[in-house]
Design a protein around this ligand. Sequence first.
Ligand SMILES: Cc1cc2nc3c(=O)[nH]c(=O)nc-3n(C[C@H](O)[C@H](O)[C@H](O)COP(=O)(O)O)c2cc1C
Length: 377
Amino acid sequence: MVVTCIEDLREIARHKVPRMFFDYAESGSYAEETLHANRRDLEAILLRQKILVDVSKRSTATQILGKPVSVPLALAPIGLCGMQRGNGEILAAKAAAKAGIPFCLSTMSVCSIEDVAEEVSEPFWFQLYVMRDRKFIRALVERASAAKCSALVLTVDLQVLGQRHRDIKNGLSVPPKMKIANLIDIATKPGWIISVLRAKRRNFGNSVGHVQGVGDNTSLAEWTNSQFDPALNWEDVKWIRSIWKGPLILKGILDVDDAKLATEHGADAIVVSNHGGRQLDGAPSSIWALPKIAEAVGNKVEVLFDGGVRSGQDVMRALALGAKACMIGRAYIYGLGARGEEGVGEAIGFIRRELETTMALTGVNKISEIGPQVIAR
Ligand SMILES: Cc1cc2nc3c(=O)[nH]c(=O)nc-3n(C[C@H](O)[C@H](O)[C@H](O)COP(=O)(O)O)c2cc1C
């Protein structure tokens, strides 16, 4: 198959990744209204064609948090990345380093902070979920610091878990529950089996040995709800700010007042995000929320964006509405499931080249020139 875009990678991944984990990546919460809104609202933004502008010196290079990047993209934190393909976190981090963009490791990753740091020389970001056991959280922050992580991404929109129907129906657990239906499905994915058997780990690398009940086959939903802290509040943000000395990014902001509070609590950047439509169903799409937030706090913090980005055209839309850069989740997970490290590199490459072409056709040469003028009104 000739692969030319993210959708092609998705189609390959659909055949290569066991259904339980492919569905986990695809799904949104409840009726998936917000999941669909993310795409629908991006697609509704029309780009303004601009002709006869000299666009011979285009560059997608820019900076995120003061660090040079080849394209305004970062790989979003993805729980269970290493179940899309064995050692998935290491493969994705390597692809990101090669492409010159940041990789963000999830608290809920399979490979641990130390596993990734050992294999990848480029510094990566670490995403933190705050669990009830604050000693464990402090230890995680210290581990991220020891591994020289270059930013801490505090996710603030998952103190309780939005229900994904397919995860429950598939019996999603780590390691996978050996139900007959799952066994039959996994048996048809030999490449995945080999990659996972050869991988460093098959459980939650950051938590195993630290948190009870990890990796003993409890469902992901049950485990999350028992460990995550519904009491999480702005005082905890103050505490995290005091124990983490590097750049702090607050991820999961959809509201102008919350964005202002984030800046007051010392965030260096925020991610306008609805968790890829996986948390509050009925929440607005991220792109709907972006312009108001960027206008309110864009001169105080870096405003990053995620939710539904599948192409360079989408990156252009988000940048035009005030984002400094985008994070991609599913777009790279499809690449990983389809072709490992190479597939993640392809996913980033597709988006970079699409952005470059889109810049040409909208008449801009530099990322800093992208603004509301590229949108057709
Ligand atoms: C399979 C999957 C797992 C995710 N796991 C996490 C996670 O562990 N931590 C987190 O902050 N966000 C997590 N997210 C949300 C992503 O970081 C990101 O916000 C979202 O994927 C962006 O939407 P997109 O997939 O449409 O690009 C996850 C998303 C997906 C699809």
